[in-house]
Write a protein that binds this ligand. Structure first.
Ligand code: NOJ
Length: 549
């Protein structure tokens, strides 16, 4: 089919689709949709989204074509880190509803064939969690060792140089018991001591609590941070750090405060709890690290997480050659049997439409939904929602408050979902907790749902095609040699083969394909159904999926 030159769609190395010989799991075939619950749908007029709001919008998720919804934390919390500071891991915060609402979400999601994935936050609790209140009572308190307490350094000051991810030292002085406690994130988020088996038992109880209630999986927050160096050695300086422009957390390499070998034992035991539910529940790890380190989290003989989140599409420059090399490298580093995954956006990072611009955001959607591995789609990205400027008086994110003006704040990517052109975009009857985007009267579900050229229609078409065609979900992947701004690969399964060709630049480009095919779906109008033979011509910012003959 190919003449063996640039467009050699058959010559490249090939990465096998899925579980050879066994049925794929739902989380391999499916697409995950992330909901940030404060911002999805308010049902009780307090300006904050909630579980009944999610319930109301399940029909939308089904219509869109999502297979699973990952709901960011809704547990009782003082909301210093908007739910990632938990005071009770086995309950629902009043702002989000009740456990009855949670049960209804699970029941109704399942009735629509949608799985429910929860956030599990093992590394830390809120400083108002009863465990921490007990721990800080005295040095002899029964729960003292549930958190990480250390004496001051010999000359005074924090025990070592570890930094908090949200700015400043990772140690906070407790004047009552005259020791420091460790907090990888906010001082209101003390780190649990996972070297204490009682902590592990209590946290396994949490996992069982939610899986017993029907949760289909867990996204495990900051999992590489859970175990720290037992000698508490200083982290070394990062030679690549640029003072003033880089995030101060990156001034050190987190050699001793993160990603310790013992973490894999902790994960294996957590995974065993999850596997105790029959092997159909999924455990996903949140790990920001180099790809070589990330793939280690599949664990020994696959006993780690089912997949560690792969954030390369968020972090890398939007350049066809860079992304092409990264995909090839990732595929080649995956251990045997490991299942890949891809993410374009989440509640911590800039929106894809702001990072790459609206034209390329369409190409990015096609990339996310045609790569091999589970895609995770962040709410609102299917509309092309962009980062929203937050006036200083409305800033909520503690990261922005601690380190203002550096662009670290996450409020811009957490603004309310844009449902329709009504007041507050159909999100709430009252002023939402974060401002709405100024373009919400134009960029919303209602305006886009029937527009054949909209971002939402493109997402629905991509999701439907992926669901229809096993080649796009479970099929083999092979890179295709392309030049300059074009990124290309094939996906194949049985006798079906697709070529995905993405022009990641604004100028027209072409790709030799060496054989006949038909455009199945394009990011720009007018390409569908067009025959392709030998040379595929792409307009600027155009992506196409070609069904090869
Ligand atoms: C990662 C979460 O995604 C982020 O939102 C949170 O602030 C930190 N972990 C701390 O839990």
């Amino acid at each position: 089919m190919s003449d063996g030159r640039e467009g050699a769609v058959t010559a490249a190395p090939l990465f096998a689709g899925g579980n050879e010989g066994s049925e794929p799991r739902w989380w391999q075939r499916g697409v995950i949709y992330q909901v940030y619950p404060r911002s999805f749908q308010d049902s009780n007029g307090d300006g904050v989204g909630d579980l009944p709001g999610i319930l109301r919008r399940l029909e939308y998720l089904k219509w869109l074509g999502a297979d699973a919804v990952w709901i960011s934390p809704f547990y009782p919390s003082p909301m210093r880190d908007f739910g990632y500071d938990v005071t009770d891991h086995e309950a629902v915060d009043k702002a989000f509803g009740s456990i009855v609402d949670f049960d209804a979400v699970v029941r109704e999601a399942h009735a629509r064939g949608i799985r429910v994935i929860l956030d599990f936050i093992p590394n830390h609790t809120s400083n108002r969690h009863p465990w921490f209140l007990e721990s800080r009572l005295s040095r002899e308190a029964p729960r003292r060792d549930w958190y990480i307490w250390r004496d001051a350094a010999p000359g005074g000051g924090p025990p070592n140089n570890w930094r908090s991810a949200f700015g400043g030292s990772a140690w906070e002085w407790d004047s009552h018991t005259r020791q420091y406690y460790l907090h990888t994130f906010l001082r209101e988020q003390p780190d649990l001591n996972w070297r204490n088996p009682a902590v592990e038992r209590a946290m396994h109880h949490v996992v069982r609590f939610w899986l017993d209630r029907g949760a289909d999986g867990l996204r495990v927050d900051a999992v590489q941070k859970v175990i720290k160096d037992h000698l508490f050695r200083d982290d070394p300086p990062n030679p690549a750090y640029v003072e003033g422009s880089d995030d101060p957390y990156d001034a050190l390499l987190h050699e001793h405060s993160s990603d310790q070998p013992e973490i894999h034992d902790v994960i294996e035991r957590m995974r065993a709890v999850v596997d105790g539910y029959g092997g159909d529940r999924v455990m996903i790890g949140e790990i920001y690290n180099e790809v070589e380190r990330i793939v280690a989290y599949y664990g020994r003989d696959g006993r780690g997480v089912h997949f560690p989140y792969n954030f390369q599409l968020i972090k890398l420059p939007w350049d066809a050659r860079v992304i092409d090399a990264a995909i090839r490298r990732y595929e080649s580093l995956l251990p045997p049997g490991a299942w890949p995954n891809w993410v374009l956006g989440n509640h911590d990072r800039a929106r894809v439409a702001s990072r790459v611009g609206p034209a390329q955001a369409r190409v990015a959607a096609m990339l996310l939904l045609t790569l091999r591995g589970t895609p995770t789609l962040y709410y609102g990205d299917e509309l092309g929602m962009r980062n929203v400027d937050i006036p200083p008086e409305r800033v909520q994110d503690p990261w922005e408050k601690n380190l203002p003006g550096r662009g670290l704040g996450r409020d811009p990517v957490r603004t309310p979902m844009q449902w329709d052109g009504s007041r507050n975009a159909g999100f709430s009857d009252v002023e939402p907790w974060l401002p709405l985007s100024r373009d919400c009267s134009r960029v919303n579900v209602r305006a886009q749902e029937r527009d054949p050229t909209s971002m939402l229609t493109l997402h629905r078409a991509l999701l439907a095609l992926r669901r229809r065609e096993p080649a796009l979900s479970m099929g083999d992947w092979a890179p295709v040699q392309a030049e300059e701004s074009v990124l290309a690969f094939t996906r194949s399964h049985g006798g079906t083969r697709f070529l995905v060709a993405l022009n990641m630049g604004p100028e027209p480009a072409s790709l030799r394909v060496g054989g006949p095919g038909t455009v199945e779906l394009g990011t720009l109008p007018g390409s569908e159904g067009q025959p392709v033979d030998r040379t595929l011509r792409l307009r600027g910012d155009e992506g196409v999926i070609v069904r090869l003959a």
